[in-house]
Design a protein around this ligand. Structure first.
Ligand SMILES: C[S@@+](CC[C@H](N)C(=O)[O-])C[C@H]1O[C@@H](n2cnc3c(N)ncnc32)[C@H](O)[C@@H]1O
Length: 431
């Protein structure tokens, strides 16, 4: 693992950022001491009895904060660290200055070393599990994707908007404004190059158009308002090479809707399959219930693990994802695809029993009804893949209240340079 050299930020230096000039100067609070990181990409500071959520700072720093939300009667304010008076040793040159203070969202931790970013995310996960979940667990660590060096060139999917001048643009944090992109170093080279060239030659697209750039095994797909540009093909192929728990290597192929859900980091699909299979300890002949199964990323390896004497019931709500999952799983007739809302469909699936339950819900989490159906089935093992620490904490608390026991929670840095973190929780079902 290499980490970038720490920046030579000196006391009094402005924080790197390429923010466009503002019309009226925003109020600045001077000499703010920055506290612990909080969920959402900011750290908590206190000033004259009021909390300020500060972005672009590091815990322990003393900074000047340019306020971005500061209503006189608000319980808390928000702001960006725009001058560093006492820098943290974790501060580095921002990997993407366009995402610095006042810039676009999506790179809010790019001013910290990768190690410090992972410590930040681990602190948020641990605090959330304790405070919201009231769970007393061993400290969770956040691990890099194997082979990760600098967290750059990893995103295979980005969504942009065309600005009034026809340029590809992104929104600043909590804003409807648009800032034209010059570079996109977090994305894989094909996407970064597309962004760079679009900046040079323009897009000739309608202002406000939504542009999705998707890099897959079938190349670069550009979707404009959901329609494929220059092709009728709206789906892509993804290939994932994995090492199974028995050491065997296997390649999985998937057809995925271009605008549909797929793991964003180029190493995420492999990592999640390997971690989930290792955690699930599925046995030949098992009945596995998999909720929020998408196009079948985890469904196919789970189906191989249970074998043809077993069953995988995969529940997914999105039409295109279910259609693609049906094709992806055609060689595994022991996969039962259920097209529907997990909350209303899982009860029927688990009523017939479940040896193992795997769930990978969206940010909102699974909720009480889904958890009740899971614990009622008394599975041997539950593997919960989460992209949101707060909903994970709520759902784990419900699972524990239902008699499950948390064996392990691990974080994975699938979104370097942002505050997002993936976690995999492994539980034993109720005895
Ligand atoms: C985080 S993705 C995981 C998909 C898959 N495990 C993967 O890694 O590719 C969550 C999936 O849940 C689906 N989903 C979200 N809410 C749902 C609901 N209430 N019922 C059924 N599916 C839902 C989404 O369409 C999406 O495919």
């Amino acid at each position: 693992m290499t980490s970038r050299t720490t920046s030579s930020t000196q006391p009094g230096d402005p924080v790197e950022g390429d923010a466009p000039a503002q019309d009226a100067p925003a109020p600045i609070v001077h000499g703010v001491t920055v506290g612990a990181p909080a969920h959402g990409g900011h750290a908590v500071a206190r000033h004259e009895g009021r909390v300020i959520f500060v972005r672009h700072a590091a815990p322990g720093e003393v900074v000047d904060v340019t306020l971005t939300e500061h209503a006189a009667d608000a319980r808390f304010w928000r702001g960006d660290a725009t001058r560093v008076l006492e820098p943290s040793p974790d501060r580095v040159r921002h990997v993407w200055p366009e995402a610095g203070p006042g810039g676009v969202g999506g790179g809010e931790l790019g001013h910290l070393s990768l190690e410090a970013q992972r410590a930040w995310k681990a602190a948020v996960v641990n605090d959330t599990l304790r405070r919201i979940g009231k769970l007393e667990l061993a400290d969770v660590e956040v691990e890099p994707v194997p082979g990760e060096t600098d967290g750059l060139g990893t995103r295979t999917r980005i969504e942009l908007v065309v600005d009034d001048a026809g340029r590809l643009a992104m929104h600043p944090h909590r804003s409807h404004d648009l800032v034209a992109l010059r570079t996109m170093p977090l994305a894989v080279p094909e996407i970064a190059e597309h962004v760079r060239r679009s900046r040079e030659v323009g897009t000739r697209l309608r202002p406000g158009a939504r542009v999705e750039l998707v890099r897959s095994a079938s190349g670069l797909l550009v979707l404009v308002d959901g329609e494929a540009l220059g092709s009728t093909r709206k789906h892509v192929r993804e290939r994932v090479l994995v090492t199974l728990p028995n050491g065997e290597t296997r390649r999985y192929e998937y057809r995925v809707a271009g605008g549909g859900f797929w793991q964003v980091h180029h190493g995420a699909a492999r990592l999640l399959i390997e971690k989930v299979l290792a955690a699930a300890e599925v046995r030949s002949g098992d009945r596995v219930v998999e909720a929020y199964s998408g196009a079948g990323l985890l469904t196919l390896p789970l189906a191989d693990a249970v074998g043809e004497t077993g069953t995988v019931v995969a529940i997914e709500g999105d039409d295109a994802a279910v259609r693609n999952a049906r094709r992806n799983a055609h060689a595994h007739p022991w996969v039962e695809l259920v097209h529907g809302d997990v909350a209303t469909s899982i009860g029927e699936a688990t009523a017939q029993g479940a040896d193992v339950v795997v769930l990978d819900p969206p940010r909102a989490g699974a909720g009480a009804d889904v958890v009740a159906a899971i614990v009622a089935a008394r599975p041997r093992r539950i593997v919960y893949v989460s992209c949101d620490p707060a909903s994970l904490a709520r759902d784990l608390a419900l699972l524990v209240a239902g008699g499950a026991t948390v064996r392990d929670v691990r974080g994975y840095d699938l979104f370097p340079h942002t505050h997002h973190v993936e976690a995999v929780a492994v539980l034993d079902g109720p005895a």
